[in-house]
Design a protein around this ligand. Sequence first.
Ligand code: GUN
Ligand code: FE
Length: 434
Amino acid sequence: TLLRGRTLSFVRWPEAIDDQGAWSYEEDGGLLLRGGKIVAAGAYADVERQAGEGVAKVDHRPHLLVPGFIDAHAHFPQMQIIASYGAELLEWLNTYTFPEETRFLNAQHGRRIARLFLDEMIRNGTTTVAAYCSVHKESAEAFFAESHDRNMLNIAGKVMMDRNAPGELTDTPQSGYDDTKALIAEWHGKGRQHYAITPRFAITSTPEQMEMAGALAKEFPELHIQTHLSENHDEIAFTRELYPQAEDYAGVYEHYGLLGPRTLLGHSIHLAEREADIISETGSVAVFCPTSNLFLGSGLFDYQRFRRREKPLRIAAATDVGGGTNYSMLRTMDEGYKVIALQGEKLNPFQSFWQITRGNAEALSIADRVGTLEAGTEADIIVLDSRATPVMELRMETVKSLAEELFLLQTLGDDRAVREVYVAGKPSKSIVAA
Ligand code: GUN
Ligand code: FE
């Protein structure tokens, strides 16, 4: 297939709004897809010449072709508690989240929600998500089966939790270890599926379970690890009580060997300097979840300070659905912009689009495969319509630059702006919508 449109892809972090060397943009661009990969990219005329005779052509002009969005942290079993009123983190978990997650013992329920969750990812242009499943092995089975059927590159794991949660929602250090190992054997590396070792957070794991998680991390150094860190003040205080020997919250994960370049630390809002230092030194990733952090009243992630500090943090961005309130990475970065603005800083639209494509791919160590439109990478591509709604169409009349257009897309756009989604070269949004 030969796609035609306005192609935009990043080569590195854009230092400033006029740092044109950070991206490549073709007003009349072409992408040649074959066997699920992008085999040629560039000016349309050049790519067309390389394509030769008989190739199917899809003209997406005047729309933008960009890499599929990546969501670095979301909870698929929380679809039916998104928009739950009135609580901060710990109360929200106990009142809404944990009771909801008990339903995922039922495999049929898990399969239904996994299907609807990945439909929603596709609808919003998210082609890769790092997802938490419930404690039940069945929920991870359901997620991976659905993801594999769609040929999506997703990262997921069964949550490990053996205390401070309802009995139906806990495993044990041994069963969490065994179930995780079985899931790794079955799913990791099957097609495009990736397993993430997933101790939910320090509060819901005993030291024995943390040790088991560390053992898994040692046995499978190529796997991602995902957990939560320093989201809420009460959570931090409770963690300090549960792990009195630890130097600080991040020190708990450090102690059990859970920090490293494949570790994704959801939220990481209220970090002491020592914590930020070890996160940086270990190459762990702080995951910015703006809609969730606002919704749960958790706090303001200091993106620019973390990025500019002497020991900078690797940063990813994510929805954190169902603490997060929207499935769209455009809506997420709109709120992210405001969170950063509240701290007297800015994130320009090129930086923002870098973050949800190449930036998140780098944070997840998958940038050699997805997150750009470079030839040789896997064909996860989305089509964005900057005139998707009457309000956007009207505003576009006064837009004079690509930067302004991207900012409009971020500020006003949502799933309606996503016209098509190619997953490994296969049109997938039109299928979801049908
Ligand atoms: N910390 C531990 N579990 C969760 C969760 O499900 N959502 C959020 N936002 N924070 C958590
Ligand atoms: Fe979360």
